[in-house]
Design a protein around this ligand. Structure first.
Ligand code: UD1
Length: 326
């Protein structure tokens, strides 16, 4: 059986994608250091504990497991930490990915789906933001993702490797059965913080600014349910398996939602109050960022199937049943 190698498959998006891919009948093998991921999240899928930078290990895993395609999630992703410790991010994300691609080339694996981010646009010049718009990284984290995108671009030009780069907007929510979700101990993102405040694990949510030039003054983002995001990876694998060309796509809903709208939706869906206070803006936060998702919709016939209420409901069910984080 041919298999999909999934780096970082014990993490939040990685584990949910792994489960979905297995349900489509593909074989998988997960490679993860478990530094931030959870062994439990991989379940009974074939698993190797190790680093993407270990070229001998990656080549061996590819050969032993008959790997013919890869989804590359493994990376550090804390924006603030990347500004304090850039070396850690350049080394792990950029050098590690380059070594991974080298090992894949040696093993003859030439189809790669890469987990990138809307953070490569920085503060977008216009919304909805298109793939061809100006790239303006405002953090080391974003820069590392863009460097990996560019590295893949050069592999596509100079070898037979083909890749799909997926620029995620704001991944959120958990699986419908509450088995997999985000570890809120490792997240700085809005929805885990809303849930912490709602469930009494934090005194209140800090709303980072209500004086942005947006309808209600709070920041606007494009929240995409993690299971819809996982589905986009399956579509990307299918595209490459059909012989499709290398492509870079936004993965979002195309709709913007403000922080206040998230709070209101949470109160409506859960019937509970979210304690919050408005504080200063967080450095580097753009007012608005949401996707033009027409390219992925057209190319992969993919579109999101879940609503904002689904995101809130599944996040609430997950966090209330996993207060320890995992
Ligand atoms: C952040 C990262 C981005 C990363 C993405 C997904 C920054 C500057 N950007 O995006 O690089 O790809 O996560 O992991 O860190 N908010 C609050 N209170 C909170 C948390 C957030 O008001 O406690 C607000 C933010 O100001 C923003 C919105 O909620 O308006 C979403 O924030 P967040 O979930 O952190 O995502 P991004 O900042 O969009």
């Amino acid at each position: 059986m041919k298999r999909t190698l999934i780096t970082g498959g014990a993490g939040y998006i990685g584990s949910i994608t792994t489960r979905l891919i297995r349900s489509t009948g593909r074989g998988v093998v997960v490679l993860d250091t478990l530094e931030n991921g959870h062994r439990k999240a991989v379940g009974d899928a074939p698993f190797v504990q190790g680093d993407i930078a270990d070229t001998d290990l990656v080549e061996k895993v590819c050969r032993e497991h008959n790997v013919d395609e890869v989804i590359h999630f493994a990376a550090y992703k804390a924006v603030g930490e990347s500004m304090e410790n850039p070396t850690k991010y350049f080394q792990n994300n950029v050098t590690g990915s380059q070594r991974l691609f080298d090992a894949l080339t040696r093993a003859g694996v030439n189809r790669v789906v890469f987990s990138s981010t809307a953070a490569v646009y920085g503060t977008p010049e216009r919304v909805p933001v298109r793939e061809t718009d100006v790239l303006n990284c405002e953090s080391v984290y974003a820069e590392t993702k863009l460097m990996i995108e560019r590295t893949l671009g050069w592999y596509s030009k100079t070898t037979d490797m083909r890749s799909v780069v997926l620029r995620y907007f704001n991944a959120a929510g958990a699986t419908e059965d509450s088995q997999l979700g985000e570890d809120w101990r490792h997240s700085q993102n809005l929805i885990p913080h809303v849930m912490k405040a709602l469930l009494g694990y934090a005194p209140s949510l800090k709303v980072f600014g209500n004086d942005f030039p947006t309808p209600d003054g709070t920041g606007v983002r494009d929240y995409i349910h993690v299971e819809d995001l996982a589905q986009a990876h399956v579509a990307a694998l299918d595209h490459l398996a059909r012989g499709g060309n290398s492509i870079t796509c936004n993965v979002g809903t195309g709709f913007g939602t403000s922080v206040m709208q998230i709070i209101e939706a949470t109160e409506r869906v859960t019937g509970k109050k979210v304690p919050y206070e408005v504080v200063e803006r967080r450095a580097g936060d753009p007012a608005e960022c949401y996707a033009d998702a027409s390219l992925i919709e057209k190319t992969f016939s993919w579109s999101p199937s879940k609503s904002l209420d689904d995101i809130i409901r599944t996040a609430y069910n997950w966090h209330s049943s996993h207060p320890q984080g995992h």
